[in-house]
Design a protein around this ligand. Sequence first.
Ligand SMILES: [Fe+2]
Ligand SMILES: [Fe+2]
Length: 316
Amino acid sequence: MLETTVVNEISNGADTSYGYRETLAISQKVNWRIEDIIGGDKKLDFSKRFMPEALARVEKLSFLNDDEKRVLNHIRGNSYLSIFVIVEEFILPFVLDHLRSSLDDDDDRSQAYLQFAGEEAKHMQLFKRFGEEFRQGFPSECKVIGPASEIRKAILAHDPLSVGIAILMIEWMSQGHYIDSIKDDGEIDAQFKSLLKNHWLEEAQHAKLDTRMVETLADGLGAAAIAKGIDGFFEIGSFLDNGLKQQTEFDLESFELATGRKLTDDERKEFTDIQLQANRWTFIGSGMVHPKFLQTIERLGAVQKKRIIEAAPLFC
Ligand SMILES: [Fe+2]
Ligand SMILES: [Fe+2]
């Protein structure tokens, strides 16, 4: 009943104020534990797909049979887990730094950001826990990009406004991911669906707090400084995109290793084109075109919103 109330509040956008106290109150109501989602009798079912097709796009690869499509979907599920560990690794210190810079101003604000940071630390553990379950059930090794600590250093070297905007994109993106999975035909593994749902429930509050964070970071900045912030956002996007290119190559290797099937040159090209675009949509595009993300960017300037809208098709 409690969960239904919270889901309704999030889905209906009832909490539109983005107030620190209101956002914190919803976070405290949601607050699930990792053991509620994975472990014990809650195991991954490898006979089912893990990722919603809207993100995995395995059906587009017509040269694969159903079993192979399921294996590729599983590999994409594992990449999803490891990429979220990477992004949580730079979100957590960024949120703590932002909070620390004005710790005495507002108690509700402090508590809301501490809750946000605590939830991201928990999410990191959750994604790692799913990764362990994956490795126990999947027949071969799947390579993933990293190390997360190096990626964190590279991202956090950018202008704070650029990082704040990139994180805002990621928070809204995770909202789209669960909505995409609801639209699927209910064929997804129950634990993976629960992962997407529970992440969505907590990220809904992060997206609001991040909106406030970007507003604070942009406060008082002139048009040139805002434009520089968006330049940095594009640099981060391009850095992430390079990581996704590498991950798509790793996924192809993992697929051949797991299935024992050697793809022809034409099949490899089709695989890479479609899967890179699927990764781009999953980790960049679905956030870039999210209406709430664009709403914040519009407040930074119509020109900046136009730049993002014009770049979005590359990631869709
Ligand atoms: Fe998270
Ligand atoms: Fe988050």
